[in-house]
Write a protein that binds this ligand. Structure first.
Ligand SMILES: Nc1nc2c(ncn2[C@@H]2O[C@H](COP(=O)(O)OP(=O)(O)O)[C@@H](O)[C@H]2O)c(=O)[nH]1
Ligand SMILES: [Mg+2]
Length: 296
């Protein structure tokens, strides 16, 4: 995992060797704002799966972690279910400074856990920006964690986050107004998902004391059953692999581009023209793009 985290050729060789063994694990994404209770929920769910004798892998991503590749003390503390249990493996990753809310590395770490036979993989990720959809295909089932304090007004919930949820968890149900908030979330989901085959379940939890975690587990199981009908799971995983192939290929092409001496030469020449006022920015870029096409 450390090698894969560093990236590069060695990392790619490891992932390629493991690739044929990937696909057994069921992946569950737990997403939501910082402090919503994601780690607490992951901890409780881990206990739930362990009591059913399923092995668990956890990948926790936190863009705010200042330790590159290091574990967050906070997550460790909330993962007491993992302590002294060989059936649980927890890996925290820092998201390489990108604020996308989900990095390809998390999927790669999940692949490793999958290849080594974990039954269930929990992916904890912060939902930020407009890129929540990236997690859409990284997990089979996605639970979005909301709290009553996130705004008494459901309308203010970020729409990107609402799009990706298969299950909505109203955590901190011990807070005043949690019941009303959950009702608002339910009504909103009924309207928003009216045309969909799957209407997301809304579950209320108090993750600190394990309340509602069984309900969440049941909701996950129902969604899993739903995906197993009509080839939905395969179709969804296929799209996930498609988007990963696209991302990895873009990266490769981009890298190869700036290592190509012909392109670098053209770039320098056109850049000089730009500097001397001989052409404008987009015209320069169009000419570069044109020379890439001719250079192939
Ligand atoms: N009152 C209350 N506090 C909670 C609940 N779930 C989590 N917390 C607390 O909220 C804080 C953030 O929880 P954490 O699981 O780290 O959230 P994360 O940032 O989303 O991973 C911690 O202090 C938890 O103890 C809950 O259901 N009720
Ligand atoms: Mg956390």
């Amino acid at each position: 995992m450390t090698t894969v985290e560093r990236g590069g050729e060695e990392a790619e060789a490891i992932l390629d060797a493991l690739f044929p063994k990937v696909g057994h694990a069921y992946r569950i994404g737990i997403t939501g704002s910082t402090g919503a209770g994601k780690s607490s929920i992951v901890n409780q769910l881990t206990g739930c799966f362990r009591s059913m004798d399923q092995s668990v892998g956890v990948v926790a991503e936190d863009p705010t972690s200042p330790f590159s590749g290091g574990a967050l003390l906070g997550d460790r503390v909330r993962m007491e279910r993992a302590v002294g249990d060989d059936g649980v493996f927890v890996r925290s990753i820092a998201s390489r400074g990108n604020e996308t809310g989900f990095s390809p590395l998390a999927s790669e770490i999940a692949d490793i856990l999958d290849a080594f036979g974990r039954d269930v993989i929990l992916l904890e990720t912060i939902g930020v920006g407009q890129l929540e959809h990236r997690i859409r295909f990284a997990a089979d089932t996605i639970a979005v964690v909301l709290t009553p304090e996130a705004g008494d007004d459901v309308q203010s919930l970020k729409s990107g986050l609402m799009e990706v949820g298969d299950i909505f968890v109203v955590n901190k149900a011990d807070r005043p107004d949690a019941g009303r908030f959950a009702e608002d979330v339910r009504s909103m989901i009924e309207i928003r998902f009216r045309q969909h085959d799957w209407t997301p379940t809304v579950v209320e939890t108090v993750a600190t004391i394990e309340n509602g975690v069984r309900d969440l587990h049941e909701a996950i199981a129902s969604h899993h059953d739903y995906l197993q009908q009509d080839g939905r799971l395969e179709a969804q995983r296929r799209e996930g692999l498609r988007s990963r192939l696209r991302a990895v290929t873009s990266q490769k092409i981009n890298g190869a581009l700036w290592e190509n001496p012909y392109i670098v030469g053209r770039f320098d020449a056109i850049f000089e023209e730009l500097i001397s006022g001989g052409c404008s920015l987009y015209a320069a870029s169009a000419r570069l793009a044109q020379s890439i096409k001719m250079g192939e």
